[in-house]
Design a protein around this ligand. Structure first.
Ligand code: KG4
Ligand code: ZN
Length: 350
């Protein structure tokens, strides 16, 4: 699979100058950030809605949209205030335009368009996955393209060849569940809260990763695609065989073994992609890139092979608006009034 992905549109009025205010509402975090053209983060505000979704065991789209609507103005105000930047001082207003939950995306997109119209600034539509890649362009030891990038989140798992900062070329992606989705579903099966990735990470430290042999998807296959649905099914059967008492008693072993299989799957395709592309520079991103085992394994691989590695801090791996502002620096801005007709998209067109 080879496919080019860029944010926004191909024809526009050029890259916006100045400091960028960005809004991210693609899933269940209401985020706003202010970032300078050089990639300095002046503010990065995240209001997590996880507690509202926990009782349902996953994100409920309508609940997410409603909370975004209630929170977005306060989150934007806080981002501007803590950056000590007024709306009039921004050069452009950016927002995630997709992929994600359509109702949730529309709240951030409409807010950004309204602010851009009121302030007389251009609007910059950003692809969420381009944002995860662009988290690597921030901070003091930012990495410039070209590099190979593994993105693993709750909604997506993919390998990207990043040749220029304005987009990426897709090398492979999951054929079913995302890595984070598999971790969240596993956590739910083991009776933990939502989202479960971070909790599995914590619990796995007390367990034996070799206790259960879970399958590693797409092993022995040349494709750079991932698959996590077989792993999920294997856990269902294991938990059923163990029964409720044993499953609870061996939760740490289950967590460690499941996490090991997820990380093995990611590492397997990452190593194949390194061979396939000959890349010497590597970066990771997305919520699962906050995982301690994955971070350690990627660091060890880079050390062993003498690769240049960039791992964003955990708070820039999970959803945030600083990464959206970072990507927006390389995306064509849409002028007023043209951007008023700009729409959100739930999925990448096939
Ligand atoms: O990038 P992100 O914040 O949202 C999406 O774009 O999906 O990723 C969220 C995902 C969730 O599945 C969550 O369980 C997972 O990232 N996650 C982790 C960790 N922290 C968050 N997975 C494993 N270990 C972690 N420490
Ligand atoms: Zn994300």
């Amino acid at each position: 699979m080879e496919d080019r992905h860029r944010s926004g549109r191909r024809r526009g009025s050029g890259i916006a100058a100045g400091t960028i205010l960005a809004i991210e509402t693609s899933c269940d975090d209401t985020c706003a950030a202010v970032v300078t053209p050089r990639g300095e983060i002046l503010s990065n505000v995240i209001s997590s809605q996880a507690r509202f979704h926990e009782r349902y065991g996953g994100v409920v789209p309508e609940v997410a949209s409603r909370h975004h609507l209630e929170l977005v103005n306060a989150v934007v105000d806080e981002a501007l205030q803590s950056a000590r930047v007024s709306l009039a001082e921004t050069g452009a207003i950016a927002a995630t335009s997709g992929p994600g939950l359509i109702g949730a995306l529309l709240i951030g997109l409409s807010t950004a368009k309204a602010l851009a119209a009121a302030a007389g600034r251009p609007f910059v539509p950003v692809d969420h996955l381009h944002g995860h890649v662009a988290a690597n362009f921030l901070g003091e030891d930012a990495m410039d393209p070209p590099f190979l990038c593994l993105i693993a989140s709750g909604g997506h798992t993919l390998l990207a060849s990043v040749e220029e900062p304005s987009g990426y070329r897709l090398l492979g992606a999951t054929r079913d569940d995302a890595a984070g989705e598999a971790l969240d579903k596993a956590a739910r099966m083991m009776g933990m809260g939502y989202p479960g990735g971070a909790e599995i990470d914590r619990l796995a430290k007390q367990g034996d990763p070799g206790a259960f042999a879970f399958p590693v998807g797409m092993r022995g296959v040349e494709s750079l695609d991932f698959s996590f649905s077989g792993l999920k099914t294997a856990l269902v059967y294991t938990v059923r065989e163990l029964g409720p008492e044993q499953s609870a008693a061996r939760r740490a072993d289950l967590a460690a073994s499941f996490q090991r299989a997820v990380v093995d799957s990611l590492m397997l395709k990452l190593e194949q992609a390194l061979e396939h592309t000959g890349a010497r520079r590597l970066a990771i991103g997305g919520g699962v890139a906050a995982n301690s085992e994955l971070r350690a394994r990627v660091a060890a691989l880079s050390e062993a092979r003498g690769l240049e590695l960039q791992i964003p801090p955990p708070e820039l791996c999970t959803d945030n608006a600083a990464m959206i502002a970072s990507a927006a620096r390389y995306v064509e801005a849409v002028p007023y009034p043209e951007f008023l007709g700009f729409d959100a998209f739930a999925r990448v067109a096939a």
